[in-house]
Design a binder for this molecule. Structure first.
Ligand SMILES: Cc1cc2nc3c(=O)[nH]c(=O)nc-3n(C[C@H](O)[C@H](O)[C@H](O)COP(=O)(O)O)c2cc1C
Length: 343
């Protein structure tokens, strides 16, 4: 099943879905499954922090893509900020291996865009507002990932219904991928109706057989609902969506006055932010182990729509079927409207 548009053509995929990069969750198995399913599989470069690990995964993915003559493609997510100690190393390794697609988060994507464009790769930038979108546009990004209010992880402040058409209005030639809250084909169609040319889906894929986290975390995606998702500053210093586990309640959701002071003071801010991120990473790493009283799980409100843990292939197939069913229903509705008006 294919749904082609300018984005699928330029990214060399068959269906406009990006399997969103997720810290600790995304892994090689998920990305190859995404490629097999004809979509774009992405992972954060920071999921591979040991010496030589990241390079090895890229080599494997390039080999797999060529060997299987893949219907899909893959990309990496780079945190393009000084607080990411592996940024320069990971960018150099990715450019050397001609990674086809990049998603940049935070900071300044200039260097990534220039280096990726030197060999024809595409760069889409995570944006949550017009100011950052303008900066990325001026630097020559190929598209926006519009991270809206409903997204898992660092959700944006604006709802998709506002963010997507606003980006289209201000940057009509730059494709928009909507990120946040989609876990059903009807959600995909609704984002296309708003002017997006695709969607980026994260939370739904946490509950995948291939996902690189514990069974408890995956099962939590089935058991918890939208009312159990809260925003916390405790992971990275900026609001992030987490499941409201007893441990999340215990440590609280907001930074205390000292943490706030250290993260805004000119002299301490860079180092304190690095420290908070490091501590957050350590806290999240418990997500790889069976649940303990210290468990923290990052997930978006779309957990509400997750009923079972399934292989990525099945998740994508179901999304495709639902998308075409929704399009059918809409075209029937439109025909009925015409018939009514004519009667
Ligand atoms: C567990 C988890 C980890 C995430 N990690 C990252 C990350 O490392 N980098 C990034 O750019 N976005 C990250 N995100 C955001 C996703 O890439 C994507 O924008 C989001 O999941 C889309 O919303 P959804 O979860 O409602 O589908 C993460 C999201 C989740 C749920």
């Amino acid at each position: 099943m294919q749904l082609k548009n300018t984005v699928t053509q330029s990214l060399e995929i068959e269906f406009p879905i990006i399997m969103a990069p997720m810290f600790l969750v995304s892994n090689e198995a998920m990305v190859t499954a995404a490629m097999d399913a004809g979509i774009m599989g992405c992972f954060p470069s920071l999921n591979y922090r040991k010496e030589g690990e990241f390079e090895k995964v890229l080599d494997n993915l390039n080999e797999y893509r060529a060997k299987t003559n893949s219907k899909g493609s893959y990309g990496i997510n780079l945190i393009v900020q000084r607080t990411n100690p592996l940024y320069a190393k990971h960018l150099a390794a990715a450019v050397e291996r001609k990674v086809p697609f990049y998603i940049t988060s935070l900071g300044n994507p200039k260097e990534t865009i220039e280096k990726a464009h030197s060999y024809g790769a595409k760069v889409y930038c995570d944006v949550t507002n017009l100011e950052h979108a303008k900066k990325c546009y001026d630097l020559g990004c190929d598209g926006f990932i519009a991270v809206g209010q409903g997204a898992g992880g660092h959700a944006g402040p604006y709802p998709q219904q506002l963010l997507v058409p606003t980006l289209r209005k201000h940057f009509p030639d730059t494709p928009v991928i909507s990120a946040g809250g989609v876990a059903h084909g009807s959600g995909i169609v609704s984002m296309l109706a708003l002017g997006a040319e695709g969607v980026s889906i994260g939370t739904l894929f946490i509950a995948s057989t291939e996902g690189g986290v514990s069974q408890d975390y995956k099962q939590a995606m089935v058991d918890y609902g939208m009312e159990d998702i809260v925003m916390s500053d405790k992971i990275s210093g900026t609001p992030c969506t987490i499941v409201n586990t007893p441990y999340a309640k215990k440590i609280g959701y907001k930074q205390n006055w000292l943490e706030k002071a250290l993260s805004t003071n000119k002299r301490t801010k860079k180092y304190f932010k690095m420290l908070v991120q490091l501590r957050g990473m350590k806290r999240l790493e418990s997500a790889l182990q069976p649940a303990t009283y210290k468990t923290l799980w990052v997930a978006g409100q779309s957990v509400e729509m997750i009923d079972e843990i399934r292989p990525c292939k099945e998740i994508v197939e179901k999304l495709k079927v639902e998308t075409f069913e929704t399009l059918d229903q809409l075209s029937k509705m439109a025909k009925n409207q015409v018939a009514k008006v004519e009667a």
